[in-house]
Design a protein around this ligand. Sequence first.
Ligand code: HEC
Ligand code: HEC
Length: 292
Amino acid sequence: MADMQTGFWAGWIAVLTLVSLAAMGWLVWSIYFGRDSHEETPEEPVWDETLEEGHRPPPLWWFWLLFGAMIFSLIYLIFFPGLGSYSGLLDWSQGARMADSMENFDARFAEPRAEVAAMTLAEIQNDLNLMDTAERIFRRECSVCHGPDGRGQANLFPNLHDVDWQWGASPEQIEQSIRGGRRANMIAWQAVLGEDGIDRVAEYVQVLGSDAAAGHEGATQYQQTCAACHGADGSGNVALGAPRLDDDIWLYGGDLATIRETLQNGRYGVMPAFGERLDDFQIKLLIALLAR
Ligand code: HEC
Ligand code: HEC
């Protein structure tokens, strides 16, 4: 059905184009050569007392200009697309031109890309031009969330320059974070811990890693409910994306109120997957930028 419609409209447009060209040709022709204006000299009307209406035809060079333009249109329509769905003798199309220039583009950059594929991360990190490109890719793709310098945004997006990596700091782990994205899942603990339990455990999380942790009244509940993911000592678990709780680096915040909020409502941070959007070359540059 859709085909029939576009077929009909394409034909209709072709007919319209040709008929208007022919009509214009006839009009121009008839103005110059249609009647012999020297034979009959009708009375010339006079307007506003002094304005006389002349009967002289426009200069002949106008005719050649219009005639030339029409011939040009015809030739153009024979060779290039323009008449409905007829694609022209040259088979020219914007799509083909674009594919052509993409091919050129790929060919031009194939060599540097192959070079980068063979380089180690350290070699890339020492190449100022490549790191410049990496920063540009980061700014374009990642900075909306992680900030232009990768330092994140407190309470929302992680800092990528600190020493604390929720999902692991090795090049392989960073690659996985970028390619596949990350989906953190910490459910809400209100129902399990109760109001008092939340207070106790939140306080315990705050002192984790310090001397005050020993014998703290929140320790038991922490070991029962939290240690499986965050570790008995709060050192985290990169396989689950469970962050360290025993240092001073926080994604959502380390003050008592924010920790309570985290426990009450849960946290579900999502890092989108970039494996489809970026190619191997771009991903390798980003890993070089972030890993150290
Ligand atoms: C099933 C595994 C799991 C369990 C059990 C778990 N967590 Fe989490 N926790 C996570 C994950 C994953 C995150 C990261 C959430 C995110 O990035 O959005 C997280 C985040 C947090 C944060 C935020 C840290 C920050 O940097 O802001 C705190 C605080 C926290 N958990 C405390 C606890 C406490 C206390 C318990 C026990 C009551 C607990 N968690 C139990 C997996 C778990
Ligand atoms: C839509 C926002 C968003 C964009 C865009 C984004 N990220 Fe993320 N990214 C996040 C969030 C949120 C997390 C934390 C997920 C969690 O809570 O575990 C994250 C986590 C990460 C991590 C894991 C950090 C750790 O501590 O282990 C890496 C690495 C990362 N992002 C790199 C990138 C790179 C590189 C780009 C650009 C190609 C990018 N991100 C683009 C939101 C984003």
